[in-house]
Design a protein around this ligand. Structure first.
Ligand SMILES: [Zn+2]
Length: 230
């Protein structure tokens, strides 16, 4: 038995995005009523227009987003292998908002899960931020983030790619963003604004999170999914 869990947030006008990013606008572009005049025999269609930041909704950062080196890959040039593979999800939801997640929290979460973190795994961290605050302004500020030591822990464990259910894996109270700096230095990327991680916490599964192939894009909006074997 296989079960698919949607790990993506809805995209809609007014959704909260990271401060400073282009806000999301979704609008009716063509209606059945308008398009029916173009056809005979009753056919018609409707479509939707979108204005969206490439780092706005559920997405994965490109190396070019993280690293000012002109050679850093844009989203269309990154290997698909980074966005697919064996994954586990750990529970860090007890960490206080606006504090650093430390290696001890990750070690404890791993021990409590009873799971093994293998080199090359994708690691998702359940902060519960989306569950608690989605659709409210608190979503942008009320979550913990990986400090420098916990960011190094990801490197040491050989994590391939990681992700969080909050707007950034960094502590929102931080001005230096050590987690993003680790990602820049090591070219390890991450997902932001995931959802429903509570449904996969403490589980091993296959993660599928292919970004849109935006030419020269600095991030890729993603329909992220967990494939659970039961
Ligand atoms: Zn990021």
């Amino acid at each position: 038995m296989r079960r698919l869990i949607d790990l993506s947030q809805e995209i809609y006008t007014g959704m909260y995005v990271y401060p400073g990013h282009l806000k999301t606008v979704v609008f009716d572009h063509a209606s059945h009523e308008e398009t029916s005049e173009r056809f005979e025999g009753g056919f018609s269609f409707q479509t939707t227009g979108l204005l969206v930041n490439d780092n706005g909704p559920t997405h994965v950062d490109s190396f070019s987003h993280l690293d000012p080196d002109p050679a850093a890959a844009t989203i269309d040039r990154m290997p698909l292998e980074l966005f697919y593979g064996d994954a586990i999800c750990l529970d860090v939801s007890a960490c206080d908002p606006r504090t650093d997640i430390e290696p001890v929290h990750l070690d404890t979460a791993l021990e409590v899960s009873g799971l093994e973190l293998r080199r090359g795994d994708i690691l998702l961290l359940y902060t519960a931020t989306h569950d608690r605050y989605h659709g409210t302004r608190e979503y942008l500020t009320r979550f913990p983030g990986l400090g420098a030591a916990a960011s190094q822990w990801l490197v040491d464990k050989g994590v391939k790619t990681f992700g969080v259910d909050s707007p950034t894996p960094d502590n929102p109270a931080s001005k230096s963003y050590p987690c993003h700096m680790m990602c820049r230095a090591h070219h390890i990327t991450h997902y932001e604004n995931l959802a429903n991680l509570g449904q996969v916490v403490g589980r091993r599964f296959t993660f599928v999170g292919f970004p849109l192939r935006i030419r020269g894009g600095h991030g890729g909006p993603t329909r992220a999914v967990a494939l659970l074997e039961e």
